[in-house]
Design a binder for this molecule. Structure first.
Ligand code: ADP
Ligand code: MG
Length: 322
């Protein structure tokens, strides 16, 4: 970024992003490349990139600290979904201007989450332009232990973490001219999602497949079905619906819980013999884990009630069922 408002590119990086010698990396911020040691024998690196674009993701009224948190959280969520341990990340940032108060808050929100997961910033790029935050995260996972989308088998249980729909509820309320207060629980779910890293690590030996819920339960389950070449039955009354949704009419509640995005919970498959261990894991983590259905030999999702009767639902994401 060319100097503006007295703050040049290198001063900006030094003040807001460079926090001194690297811990995991051999060389961090300040050279042409960062240097990471090769993974230990028997280990794989897990790498994911997720980008937040100003306006598009409706972030214009989001606190910069929340934006910093979310930009990293959605990436850590991808590591969680693979059962990978966070290691390091890079940050490519396009900014309309070098606003120091904004940068201080953005980096505070981002590093607070990074430090909780011992994930260090090792490099990036900074340029002037419409707001764009692109993070690439690097994690490690024992080779062969990663939780892929293609491991679900007929007869395996279908599980989901947490409660669904609150983030989509917050988006919808804002679109309809009723923006929620920043401290509203649904708004917190949207602005500050909690990546389920500890869950992902613990599921390495319990789950056969996993995905994080960024686009909605129905669509993301569809990705697992496609990759695993299986079908699934989803028992709608068992789906853990988030508090703010419970009083809503059934149609809207179903749409938000099944097709609403941005929850960043984990959806996973596991053999029935792991049920007790998974329930114990949920208690240990203080995280609700709910068995919401079962994979089968079909090629589609069937949405059923507790007595196996089909429930009609034609919301968004339905094409993923085809
Ligand atoms: P180059 O010209 O080689 O691309 P830059 O001048 O863009 O290098 O960046 C200088 C150093 O600062 C590099 O080590 C780069 O990784 C780091 N860096 C640039 N922007 C960021 C950022 N937003 N966050 C972290 N590190 C950054
Ligand atoms: Mg550069």
């Amino acid at each position: 970024m060319s100097p503006a408002g007295g703050l040049g590119e290198f001063e900006l990086i030094g003040r807001f992003f460079d926090r001194g010698p690297a811990r995991h990396a051999q060389l961090g911020i300040g050279d042409d490349c960062a240097l990471l040691g090769a993974p230990a024998p028997g280990e794989s690196l897990a790498i994911a990139t997720d980008m937040l674009v100003g306006g598009r993701h409706a972030f214009d009224d989001v606190a910069p600290a929340a934006l910093g948190h979310k930009a990293l959280a959605v990436n850590l969520s991808d590591l969680a979904a693979m059962g990978a341990q966070p290691l390091a990340f890079t940050l490519a940032l396009a900014l309309p201007s070098a606003d120091e108060a904004w940068l201080a808050e953005f980096s505070r929100g981002m590093f607070a989450l990074a430090d909780r997961h011992d994930c260090e910033l090792i490099g990036g790029d900074t340029t002037r332009g419409p707001l764009n935050v692109c993070i690439t995260v690097i994690g490690r996972v024992p080779a062969g232990a990663a939780l892929r989308r293609d491991g679900a088998q007929p007869g395996h249980d279908l599980w989901v973490s947490g409660e669904l729909g609150a983030a989509a509820f917050a988006v919808e309320e804002r679109k309809q001219g009723r923006p929620l207060a920043e401290e509203d629980p649904a708004r917190i779910r949207l602005d500050r999602p909690e990546p389920r890293v500890a869950l992902g690590l613990a599921l390495r030996h319990l789950a056969s497949a996993a995905i994080d819920l960024s686009d909605g339960l129905a669509g993301d389950l569809g990705h697992v079905l496609e990759r695993s070449r299986v079908g699934a039955k989803l028992v709608w009354p068992r789906v853990p619906v988030s508090g703010p949704l419970r009083a809503l009419p059934q149609e809207r509640r179903m749409r938000l819980a099944l097709a609403g995005g941005d929850d960043y919970e984990l959806l996973f498959a596991a053999a029935p013999e792991n049920r007790i261990a998974i329930e114990a894991l949920g208690e240990r983590l203080g995280l609700r884990l709910t068995r919401i259905g079962e994979f089968d030999a079909g090629d589609a999702v069937r949405i059923l009630d507790e007595r196996d009767r089909p429930i009609a639902w034609a919301g968004h994401g339905f094409d993923h069922f085809a």
